[in-house]
Design a protein around this ligand. Structure first.
Ligand code: ADP
Ligand code: ZN
Length: 297
């Protein structure tokens, strides 16, 4: 059996997993994210001891995904300063001697769902995570979408709700972006308590759905996804999916009819892989990196 390494590289933790060709996750460890000097050696030791034939990395960004670029495989201008301009792909290739696949954390999660989860039956889908930050992975014709860099769908600009108790969102770059208005930390800043302690306050989640509905309406108009997955810590509020569907219907305002809009329960859905979608997507990235190497040989 071929084994693949999978790394979900996050700002607080690095989740290192081993998977097989069917996306089964066989084991995993979590290492707190420190500096590259602290954090790379234990990750390398873990993957080295498992006999993997390729590694896939789903990484916080921004990152350079352009294979023609001199800084391909780098974490670029991240606010996590110890990792800024760090050549994470080259460092793993050098240390492990196996091909390394690379994409954003959210593109990896979108790919995991598209390969083994609830978007297997469509070619175009998006995966939105609403947690400490907000990210959007985009699958376009079966492949994670890249462009100038990669989508940064958490930072799309939105109209502020006129009755929002906050004058501006919490994003240091943008006074009115989705992440600034609707991430977990923005909920906490606005209402003075963590999201988990606000379950019984309907106004909290109505405002949250107002922003997410607006964002999803924009994603629908621009990308025309065939299905939309919404995950992340904030979606542990069970009422959110229903509220988001209602807002999307309201904000699309009848302009698009038929298909997904008539069947929102199957169009806007929760995650389907028990929070393994990121690791499984990284396994798929590893499998693709191996296939690419074998095709070249
Ligand atoms: P991360 O984005 O750091 O990878 P998560 O996706 O778990 O992690 O998101 C963490 C965020 O989700 C935190 O801001 C936290 O307050 C929020 N969160 C976690 N659980 C809940 C919950 N049950 N209700 C609302 N918000 C929650
Ligand atoms: Zn922003």
């Amino acid at each position: 059996m071929k084994l693949f390494g999978a790394l979900e590289a996050g700002g607080t933790k690095m989740v290192c997993a081993i998977g097989d060709e069917n996306g089964n996750i066989l084991e995993r460890i979590s290492i707190p994210t420190g500096t590259p000097e602290d954090t790379m050696p234990p990750m390398i030791d873990f993957f080295k001891s498992k006999g993997i034939c390729a590694l896939g990395v789903g990484c916080f960004g921004p990152i350079d995904l352009d294979k023609k670029s001199e800084t391909y495989g780098y974490i670029t201008t991240t606010p996590k300063l110890a990792w800024a301009n760090y050549p994470i792909v080259a460092e793993f290739e050098k240390a492990l001697g196996v091909p390394v696949g690379f994409d954003t954390d959210v593109n990896a999660a979108a790919l995991g769902e598209a390969t083994w989860g609830c978007t297997q039956d469509v070619e175009n889908s998006i995966y939105i995570t609403i947690g400490t930050g907000i990210g959007v992975g985009v699958i376009n014709n079966g492949k994670p979408h890249h462009g100038m860099i990669h989508p940064e769908g958490g930072h799309i600009l939105l109209a502020r709700h006129p009755e929002d108790p906050m004058d501006r969102g919490v994003c240091p770059y943008h006074p009115n972006c989705l992440e600034g208005f609707a991430s977990g930390p923005s909920v906490e800043k606005r209402w003075g308590k963590k999201g988990i302690e606000l379950s019984d306050r309907p106004e909290v989640w109505e405002l949250e759905a107002f922003y997410l509905g607006q964002a999803i309406c924009n994603y629908i108009m621009i990308l025309s996804p065939q299905r939309i997955i919404v995950g992340g810590g904030v979606m542990h509020q069970p009422q959110m999916l229903g509220l988001i569907r209602e807002e999307v219907k309201k904000q699309v305002a009848g302009y698009i009819q038929g298909k997904g809009m008539e069947d929102l329960e199957n169009y806007i859905v929760g995650v389907s892989l028990n929070d393994n979608q990121g690791a499984m997507g990284a396994v798929k990235l590893a499998m693709e990196a191996l296939a690419e190497k074998e095709n070249k040989a």
